[in-house]
Design a protein around this ligand. Structure first.
Ligand code: NAD
Ligand code: TDX
Length: 332
């Protein structure tokens, strides 16, 4: 048994990872999470207290980070400001958490000689044309578009530099768009599900032609555990499950599964600098480390996600009004 320090473990993907680790390994998990608007203690409810320690704190707090890291065998770093629309409204927290927070963690990890895994996104590669036959791979040049993705790109480059300059024992992964339970209602899929529950129409930015490459959060978790166990130090692995869909197709699937007319959506103001298409080639992870996704039926995964939001209104309801007020003020 070993002890994992998981940053951002009360957020969407972090909390799914913590559940996955507790269900599938005998590791102990310590979560370090600031509980920003995006973090919820309730997302970790019901987990065995013998296996989980929760610490509320900031990854920019070096003394706290050092103290927690001393007790850990390995660190998995999810904590971030994660929403593109927020980054267009107020970029500063993205610089603090994504850049200075990552710097604080890797400084501690290198001084203490700890194994470190850095979680990142396919958005660091910029976007693809709709008809481009190529997908993102580990050798695609960085070309981020938004304040969010540029701070994630900066954090990736810091980790790579710390590997080369200081021998940091790190791996990195860049994953495509996740879906599943515990995702904040500001994000595309939960926003549309909860709009329909509230009797309103789903809202597509622009024409709805933008493509995202969807992966279930549990498949992301299994990939991260695989890389933590078998990944080569200093290397980057792209995580994706061949789930490319345009936003309009996703909304039509959600409407159909929820028993509504598949065309009952509306178009709203587009996002500034909106990336057109993301697509991941995960051949390396599959061939070198033997990873495979389990959730390959998107409609079934969406149906289970819809069911989760229908069954867990108490979890998302407190965030809904403020989220919609933010969007309304921006024409979204
Ligand atoms: P999220 O916004 O749901 O959760 C982020 C968590 O980090 C929250 O619990 C928040 O309280 C915490 N946090 C924020 N600032 C902090 C700080 N300074 N100190 C400590 N904790 C802090 O995000 P998510 O969607 O779960 O994303 C998690 C990670 O995965 C991020 O690094 C993101 O870039 C990456 N990622 C996300 C996706 C996606 O589709 N959501 C895809 C690929 C990669
Ligand atoms: O109401 C909406 N209508 C709409 O059409 C919202 C909220 C979004 N969209 C579009 C914008 C994108 O094309 O849906 C797509 C997905 O939007 P988001 O859920 O905001 O995700 P995205 O911007 O693609 O980024 C996500 O995936 C990569 C995560 O938020 C990032 O943290 C991750 O790095």
């Amino acid at each position: 048994m070993s002890s994992l320090l998981v940053t951002g473990g009360a957020g969407f993907i972090g909390s799914n990872f913590v559940r996955f680790v507790i269900d599938n390994t005998d590791h102990h998990v310590t979560v370090l999470d600031k509980l920003t608007y995006a973090g919820h203690r309730e997302s970790l409810a019901g987990l065995d207290p013998q296996r989980l320690t929760f610490v509320q704190g900031d990854i920019c707090d070096a003394p706290l980070v050092n103290q927690l890291m001393e007790q850990a065998d390995a660190v998995v770093h999810y904590a971030a400001e994660s929403h593109n629309d927020n980054s267009l409204n107020d970029p500063r927290p993205f610089l603090d958490t994504n850049v200075i927070g990552t710097y604080t963690l890797i400084e501690a990890a290198r001084k203490l000689g700890k194994r470190f895994h850095h979680i990142s996104t396919d958005e660091v590669y910029g976007d693809l044309e709709l008809d481009d036959p190529e997908r993102f791979s580990e050798s695609t040049p960085y070309n981020p578009s938004s304040p969010y993705s540029s701070t994630k790109a900066a954090s990736d480059l810091l980790v790579r530099a710390w590997v080369r300059s200081f021998g940091l024992q790190a791996t990195l992964s860049n994953c495509s768009n996740n879906y599943g339970p515990y995702q904040h209602v500001e994000k595309f899929i939960p926003r549309q599900i909860t709009e329909i529950i509230d009797g309103r129409r789903p809202k597509l930015y622009g024409k709805g032609e933008n493509v995202r490459d969807w992966i279930h959060a549990d498949d992301h978790s299994s990939a991260v555990l695989t890389i933590l166990e078998r990944g080569e130090i200093g290397e980057t692995y792209l995580i994706g499950a061949d789930g490319e869909k345009n936003n309009r197709d996703v909304v039509e699937t959600i409407l159909t599964v929820m028993g509504k007319d598949s065309q009952d959506f509306e178009h709203v103001a587009d996002r500034a600098g909106h990336d057109m298409r993301y697509a991941i080639d995960s051949t390396r992870l599959r061939t070198e480390l033997g990873w495979e996704p389990r959730f390959t039926d998107f409609s079934e995964g969406i149906a289970r996600t819809i069911q989760w939001y229908q069954d867990n209104e108490a979890w998302w309801r407190p965030q809904k009004d403020a989220t919609e007020a933010f969007y309304a003020a921006r024409g979204h």
